[in-house]
Design a protein around this ligand. Structure first.
Ligand SMILES: Cc1cc2nc3c(=O)[nH]c(=O)nc-3n(C[C@H](O)[C@H](O)[C@H](O)COP(=O)(O)OP(=O)(O)OC[C@H]3O[C@@H](n4cnc5c(N)ncnc54)[C@H](O)[C@@H]3O)c2cc1C
Length: 376
C-alpha cells in the first residue's frame, strides 16, 4: 500500500492547479454567464497536455496514465466544471474510443490533431430515445458500396456544436452497434440545438443530426456489430474521470466554505467556532477524502491492468452523490450569500448535479455494482 503520489503525478497536479487558479477560476463566472465554451482557451489547454491527456507521446499526447488523468481532471474541475466536462469528453470519450478501438493507421490519422488541440472531439452515443439503454440506439449505419451511410439523431453531445471530429455510435442491426469516425465537414452532419442547461453553461451540449452521412470503410472503428463492448470499456474509464471531476468541484466548494466560515461572524464569533458548522465541515472533508480514494483506487486498478469496472462505478456513484451533498452544505454554510451568484458555490451546485447523470446515472451505477455482487 502506498498512498503517496509519485513525483511525476505531483508535477502534473501542481502545474494544472496553478493554471486552474490563474486562468479558470477567475473566469468561471463570466463563462457561465456567457453560456459558451471559450474556444480561445484551447491552445492553453493543449500546452498543458489537456487535449491529449492519456495519448502516448509518440502521437503528440501527454502520455499520462489513468491516475494522471484523474489528477488532471480534478484540478481542472476545481477551477471550472464546464471546462473539465468538455476536456473529459474530448479525452475520455472521443480519444478514449479512438485509442481503444482504432487501428494503428486510424490512430495515426485522427489522434495527433485532437491531441494537439487543433480540433475538439465529441462522442455521440446518446439519442432521444436511447439514454441509459444505450444499446437501443436507433441511428442506423447501412453498408453502401465501399463505405457506410449513417442516419439518425444524437442527443446531449458534449462539444456537439464545436467539435472537429465525432465518434458516432450507430446500429448496424438491432442492438448491434458499430462506431465510426465522422469529420465535422462531412456532408449531412449537422449540429442542431445547443441546449440551455441547469449548469455547466460553458460546456457545449448539442443535438447532432446525421442525414445520409457517408463515411468510407476506413472510418469504421473496431469490429462491426461489436462496438457496445468498446462503449462499455470507454465508459468504465470515463467514469473514473467523472468521479475525479466531482471531487474537484466538491473540493472547490469545500475550500470556499472553510474560508467563509473563518471570516463571517455571527453571534459575536466566526461561523467556524459554531459546533454545527464544524460538524458539517468534518462530514464534508470525510466525503471528499473517501471520494478521492475510491477514484484513485479505480485508476490504480486500471493502470495495473486489473479489472476495474465495478471500482469505477463505485467511485463515480459515491463521488458524484457526495459532491452534490458537499455543494449543498457549502451553500448552507454561506447562508443567503450562498444562494447568490456572487459566490462560486451556487454555480458549483448547478454544475455538480450532472455528475450523478452523465456517463451512466447513479441508478445505472447501482445496477452495475449490484449485478456484480449477485453474479458471484
Ligand atoms: C450535460 C450533459 C452532457 C452529456 N454528454 C454526453 C456525451 O458527450 N455523449 C453522449 O453520448 N451522451 C452524453 N450525455 C447523455 C447522458 O449520458 C445521458 O443523459 C444519461 O446516460 C442518461 O440518459 P437519459 O438522459 O436518456 O435518461 P433515461 O435513460 O431516460 O433515464 C431517466 C431516469 O430513469 C432512470 N432509469 C433508466 N433506466 C433504469 C433502470 N433500468 N432502472 C432504474 N432506473 C432507470 C435513470 O437512472 C434516470 O434517473 C450528456 C448528458 C448531459 C445532460
Amino acid at each position: 500500500m502506498n498512498f503517496k503520489l509519485d513525483d511525476e503525478h505531483l508535477l502534473v497536479q501542481r502545474a494544472i492547479r496553478d493554471f486552474a487558479r490563474e486562468r479558470l477560476a477567475p473566469n468561471a463566472r463570466r463563462w457561465d454567464e456567457e453560456e459558451r465554451f471559450p474556444l480561445e482557451l484551447v491552445p492553453e489547454l493543449a500546452e498543458l497536455g489537456l487535449t491529449g491527456i492519456t495519448v502516448p507521446t509518440e502521437l503528440g499526447g501527454a502520455g499520462f496514465d489513468v491516475l494522471g488523468n484523474a489528477i488532471a481532471i480534478e484540478e481542472v474541475a476545481a477551477g471550472d466544471g464546464s471546462i473539465a466536462l468538455s476536456v473529459a469528453a474530448h479525452n475520455g470519450l472521443c480519444l478514449g474510443h479512438l485509442m481503444l478501438a482504432g487501428s494503428d493507421e486510424q490512430r495515426r490519422r485522427f489522434v495527433p490533431r485532437l491531441a494537439a488541440g487543433e480540433a475538439l472531439g465529441a462522442w455521440a452515443l446518446t439519442e432521444p430515445s436511447a439514454g441509459s439503454d444505450a444499446a437501443a440506439a436507433q441511428t442506423k449505419a447501412v453498408r453502401e458500396g465501399d463505405g457506410w451511410q449513417l442516419n439518425g439523431t444524437k442527443q446531449f453531445i458534449t462539444n456537439g456544436s464545436i467539435a472537429g471530429l465525432y465518434v458516432v455510435i450507430a446500429a448496424t442491426a438491432p442492438r448491434q452497434l458499430s462506431a465510426f469516425v465522422v469529420e465535422r465537414d462531412t456532408a449531412g452532419l449537422r449540429p442542431g440545438k445547443t441546449e440551455k442547461k441547469l449548469g455547466l453553461h460553458a460546456s457545449d451540449t448539442a443535438v447532432v443530426h446525421l442525414d445520409n452521412v457517408r463515411v468510407p470503410a476506413t472510418q469504421l472503428l473496431g469490429t462491426p456489430g461489436q462496438a457496445f463492448r468498446d462503449v462499455k470499456q470507454v465508459l468504465d474509464k470515463g467514469r473514473i474521470g467523472i468521479a475525479a471531476l466531482a471531487v474537484g468541484l466538491a473540493r472547490a466548494a469545500f475550500e470556499y466554505a472553510v474560508g467563509y466560515a473563518r471570516t463571517r461572524e455571527q453571534f459575536g464569533q466566526p461561523l467556524a467556532r459554531h459546533g454545527a458548522i464544524q460538524q458539517k465541515l468534518a462530514d464534508m472533508r470525510v466525503k471528499l477524502e473517501a471520494s478521492r480514494l475510491l477514484a484513485h483506487r479505480a485508476a490504480w486498478l486500471a493502470d495495473s491492468g486489473q479489472e476495474f469496472r465495478v471500482a469505477a462505478s463505485q467511485a463515480k456513484l459515491f463521488a458524484s452523490e457526495s459532491a452534490t451533498a458537499i455543494a449543498l452544505d457549502a451553500i448552507q454554510i454561506l447562508g443567503g450569500y450562498g444562494y447568490l451568484r456572487d459566490h462560486p458555490v451556487e454555480r458549483i451546485l448547478r454544475d455538480v448535479k450532472l455528475m450523478e447523470i452523465g456517463e451512466g446515472t447513479s441508478e445505472v451505477q447501482r445496477m452495475v455494482i449490484a449485478r456484480h455482487e449477485l453474479s458471484a
